[in-house]
Design a protein around this ligand. Sequence first.
Ligand SMILES: [Zn+2]
Length: 131
Amino acid sequence: MAGTMPAAVAPVSEWWPFRNQMLVTLAAMKAVGIGVDAIQIGTLRTDGMHTDGTPTFIAAMNALLQCQEGGIRLEAPAIVFSSAELIRESGVPPEILAWAHSCHVANEACGECRGCRKHYETLEDLGLAPY
Ligand SMILES: [Zn+2]
């Protein structure tokens, strides 16, 4: 977590407790008031090290939302894909993808954190040079 050591139960250094649960709840709080019947969350098959990115979490959170006012569904349409598979499926061109990064420690890619390394691995999986 920002500015402190990861919690003892953190599966990875960038873990935030109950992050997706909070984000889905905040989205649902707004969605129920404007008549939205489904919320989509961006999680991938390879996000399984984060419990709140797994099919079990999605099913549990979906059940929780469904039993409340509005009966909102939680969907994770990309959960069957790896990062590279999703990029291929989406058709994002390399010139747009080159603008992307997912640094965990800075506003621009540090090139060393787990997020930057994962991004480079994805580019390599796609056959694109990461630098
Ligand atoms: Zn980084």
